[in-house]
Design a protein around this ligand. Structure first.
Ligand code: DOR
Ligand code: ZN
Length: 425
């Protein structure tokens, strides 16, 4: 029997209302005891004095790019990046090549993930090839390991198709995640439509592109009485619609990302494609509304939308593909911008980044309950560090937080009791 004792950390587990200094004993990869365990002997001891011990983070929106685009990222490098960010479970989005729309691709992902430093949960596509035309076989995909369906990267263009997808997902009991952007409104827009896009003379993406699809999805969720999860919310309008829909009892959950509450379209003045993503960085009024939504419970989760692209692809401001990496900075940005600034408590942050996403996806994780897998993040909430993309474990460098000094660093990540990341200065 292999055992590890994590001693003297501030254990925060919102799933059990634990927030106290305690020891944790891990035996054979499972949490075996929590409390005052100084008499226990273990093969290995981690001194967590002055550190926070939390359930490993669950990131329900990650692009691992594998199969198909492994020059940007692969399952193993993406999971190393996850481990470095305290993330022990990731939901992998289906815009791979081939698309994650068949049992074969799901099997490929799960097989490769067996030796990875995080648990990988495949999200299957809603339509074959993300074409928006033929729905995939949700039941079969679920049976071979898909934990949700989504056409992320784009919306399901046709509302009737989305309504049918929701009905089918209800029967298969599989969560649906929606990327809300109307491509007909976006056309060839490359950033938020506003003062800065005008100044730069580039085409914009109006807020209405996001808000119109968010409104549609809420209406369809209500009509079908089926749950829908709204991905990467960036606008004031969408935040308020979700807030209102929840009050009306519609089964909607939602996520936002760190960049949507602390960066604005002003960053684009640098004409650097590392600040371009879908949906785009918006305005101060949007970041303020998103922050309010985080504080008032409109948002259930904070995710990264980790979207690696190579330096070559990102070198041209207007032609580069959209997306930024996030796994290695997400927790630190949230600690700096949300917890240190007293927008939310650390407990609430752990709920948003671990407990709630595990619940929405119906996967294990997000808890330190006795008997559960010992997936754990050990965090120094007071440590300052500066983001240097050259030091990322990800294959890609496209961070919108490069050069920023953040407060809070993951010191250890444990996956099933094994140390998969240890911080070295
Ligand atoms: O910026 C984005 N990049 N947004 C998405 O929805 C997709 C992603 C990607 O796959 O690159
Ligand atoms: Zn998306």
């Amino acid at each position: 029997m292999a055992s590890t004792l994590i001693k003297n950390g501030l254990v925060i587990d919102p799933s059990q209302n634990i927030n106290q200094t305690a020891d944790i004993l891990i035996v054979d990869g499972l949490i075996s005891a929590i409390g005052s365990l100084s008499d226990s002997v273990a093969d290995h001891t981690i001194d967590a004095s002055g550190l926070v011990v939390s359930p490993g983070l669950v990131d329900m929106h990650v692009h691992l790019r594998d199969p198909g685009f492994t020059y940007k990222e692969d399952i193993l490098s993406g999971c190393e990046a996850a481990a470095a960010g305290g993330v022990t479970s990731v939901a992998a989005m289906p815009n791979t090549h081939p698309t994650t729309d068949s049992p074969e691709v799901i099997k490929y992902i799960l097989d490769k993930a067996e030796s990875a430093k995080a648990r990988v949960y495949p999200v299957a596509s809603i339509s074959h090839d993300l074409s928006g035309e033929n729905l995939t076989d949700f039941e079969a995909l679920k049976n071979c390991g898909a934990i949700a369906v989504s056409d992320d990267g784009k919306p399901v263009k046709n509302a009737y198709m989305m309504q049918q997808a929701l009905e089918k997902a209800f029967k298969a009991n599989i969560p649906v995640i929606s990327h809300c952007e109307d491509m007909d409104i976006i056309q060839n827009g490359i950033m938020h439509e506003g003062e800065i896009s005008k100044k730069l003379g580039v085409s914009g993406m109006h807020r209405s592109s996001e808000d119109s699809i968010t409104a549609r999805e809420i209406a369809l969720a209500q009509a079908t009485n089926t749950a829908i999860h709204i991905a990467h919310v960036s606008t004031k309008g969408s935040t308020e619609m979700i807030h209102d829909a929840k009050l009306r009892g519609i089964k909607v959950t939602a996520e936002t990302c760190p960049h949507y509450f602390c960066l604005t379209h002003n960053e684009l003045l640098k004409k650097d494609a590392d600040y371009r993503m879908n949906p785009p960085l918006r305005e101060y009024l949007d970041t303020k509304a998103v922050l309010k939504g985080i504080a008032d419970g409109t948002f259930d989760c904070i995710v990264t939308d980790h979207a690696p692209h190579s330096p070559e692809e990102k070198s041209d401001f207007s032609k580069a593909p959209n997306g930024i990496v996030g796994l290695e900075t997400s927790l630190a940005v949230c600690l700096t911008e949300l917890v240190d600034k007293n927008i939310i408590s650390l407990e609430k942050l752990i709920e948003l980044m671990s407990v709630n996403p595990a619940r929405i996806l119906g996967i294990e994780g997000g808890t330190l309950k006795i008997g559960s897998k010992a997936d754990i993040a050990i965090i120094d909430c007071n440590k300052f560090w500066t983001v240097d993309p050259k030091r990322f474990h990800s294959k890609s460098r496209n961070s919108a937080f490069k050069g920023k000094t953040l407060k809070g660093k993951v010191i250890y990540t444990l996956l099933g009791g094994e140390i998969v990341f240890q911080h070295a200065d």
